[in-house]
Design a binder for this molecule. Structure first.
Ligand code: FES
Length: 361
C-alpha cells in the first residue's frame, strides 16, 4: 500500500472525545486522492516506536478541493484513536493511503433520489461526506438521516449538520435519537441539554419503521446507507427489508475499524502462502489470525483496517480449513469462489494453502 505524507492543516474538536482532522490535499496528489463519498483512507502511525495502521472514513466532500477531512472518535483501548484525539498537532505530517472502499452510493440515471441514511456515533463520518456531496451535486435529491447518539454532548459534527439543515431546508431532514438524553434545566453550558425534545432510544427496528413512515419514498428511487455497530445495522436492515427494500439497495459499513479481532479457538498450522509468484512457508500460532501470522513474519501482504471492513487483505483458500469471522466486505460470489479475508480467518486444520491476490480491489 502506497502512503503519502499529508500535513495536518486544522484540528477541530467535535465532541469531548472526537476530533475532526483536516489534511492538506495538494494539487500534485489530485489523482492519488480522488475519492467518492463513503470511502476511507488508512493512516500509518508510529506511536512510541510501535507501528499501527488504522482506517478512517472521509467526512468531507470530494468537491472540497485542497483538503480532506477525517473524523476520529476516541474508542476505549484504541491506541491510535487516543493518540490522534489527544496528541496530534497542527503542522504534523501523517502517512496516508489513497482513498478506498465500496461503501458508496451506487450510480443512477435518476436525477432525483431519496437517500435514507442511518448512523450511530462516529458512523456519521462517511455519511456526512455523502450528505455534503449529494446536496451540492444533485439538486433534485433529498436526504433523510436518522442519527443515534448517547446524549446531546455526544452528537458528532452537530454544528455541521445543523448548518447544512438550515442552509438546504427540506432537502435534508435529520432526526436525532438519543439513548440517554440529559435533562438539566439549569444547564448553562449547553442549551440543548436543558430539555431534550427529540427522539429517545437506540435505533431499533421500530425506530426505523417510524422514521420511514414519516419520510415515505413515495415512489421515488431510494438508496439506503447504514453505518454503525452490528446490532444497529442489523436492526436497520431487517426493518428496511420488511418494508420492501431490495437487499442490493441497502449498503452498510462497520464504523469501528482496527479494534482487534480476538478469537480463542484458532489452532496452530503450517501455512503455504503464494504471494506475487513466491511460495512462502509460515507458522500460524493458535488464536492468531492469518494476517497476524504473516505480519509477525514480516511478509508484505496487503492489508489496511485489520477489522474486516476494507477488503484489502483478500486472499483465496486453496487447501485446508479456516474459521471465518466477519466476511461482509466480500460479495457472496467471492466467498463462493473460496475468497477469504486474512484478518478475519484463523486456522482450523494443521495444513493451509492460500494465495494472496496481488492487486486487491
Ligand atoms: S485488512 Fe481490512 S479487511 Fe482485512
Amino acid at each position: 500500500m502506497q502512503l503519502y505524507p499529508l500535513e495536518v492543516q486544522r484540528l477541530h474538536r467535535t465532541t469531548a472525545n472526537s476530533i475532526c482532522i483536516e489534511l492538506e490535499r495538494p494539487a500534485s496528489l489530485r489523482e492519488q486522492f480522488r475519492f467518492v463519498p463513503g470511502q476511507f483512507v488508512t493512516l500509518k502511525l508510529n506511536i512510541d516506536g510501535k507501528e499501527l495502521q488504522r482506517s478512517y472514513s472521509i467526512s468531507s466532500s470530494p468537491d472540497q478541493f485542497g483538503s480532506l477531512q477525517l473524523t476520529v472518535k476516541e474508542v476505549p483501548g484504541g491506541e491510535a484513536s487516543r493518540w490522534l484525539c489527544r496528541k496530534l498537532r497542527t503542522g504534523a505530517r501523517l502517512q496516508v493511503s489513497s482513498p478506498m472502499g465500496g461503501f458508496t452510493p451506487p450510480p443512477s440515471r435518476a436525477t432525483s433520489r431519496h437517500y435514507y441514511l442511518f448512523a450511530a456515533g462516529s458512523g456519521i463520518s462517511p455519511l456526512l461526506s455523502v450528505i455534503r456531496t449529494v446536496l451540492q451535486r444533485e439538486p433534485g435529491s433529498r436526504l433523510f438521516l436518522l442519527y443515534g447518539s448517547r446524549d446531546q454532548r455526544q452528537i458528532i459534527q452537530l454544528d455541521q449538520l445543523t448548518e447544512l439543515e438550515q442552509r438546504y431546508g427540506s432537502r435534508l431532514v435529520i432526526s436525532h435519537s438519543l439513548s440517554q438524553p440529559i435533562s438539566n434545566p439549569l444547564s448553562r453550558v449547553l442549551k440543548r441539554c436543558r430539555r431534550w425534545q427529540g427522539l429517545r432510544g437506540r435505533i431499533d427496528m421500530q425506530a426505523v419503521m417510524n422514521f420511514m413512515r414519516r419520510n415515505s419514498p413515495g415512489g421515488v428511487e431510494s438508496c439506503y446507507m447504514i453505518c454503525g455497530p452490528d446490532e444497529m445495522m442489523n436492526n436497520c436492515r431487517r426493518a428496511l427489508l420488511s418494508l420492501g427494500a431490495e437487499p442490493a439497495e441497502i449498503l452498510s459499513e462497520h464504523f469501528i475499524p482496527g479494534m482487534g479481532n480476538g478469537n480463542d479457538s484458532g489452532q496452530a498450522a503450517n501455512l503455504a502462502l503464494k504471494l506475487d509468484g513466491r511460495q512462502l512457508r509460515l507458522e500460524v500460532k493458535p488464536n492468531e489470525s492469518l494476517l497476524d501470522a504473516a505480519l509477525r513474519d514480516q511478509v508484505d501482504v496487503p492489508y489496511s483496517c485489520q477489522s474486516g471492513a476494507c477488503g484489502c487483505c483478500r486472499a483465496r483458500l486453496l487447501n485446508g480449513e479456516v474459521e471465518r469471522g466477519d466476511l461482509s466486505a466480500l460479495q457472496q460470489e467471492q466467498i463462493s469462489r473460496g475468497e477469504i479475508l486474512l484478518c478475519q480467518c484463523w486456522a482450523a486444520s494443521p495444513q493451509l494453502s492460500i494465495e494472496v491476490e496481488s492487486e486487491p480491489g
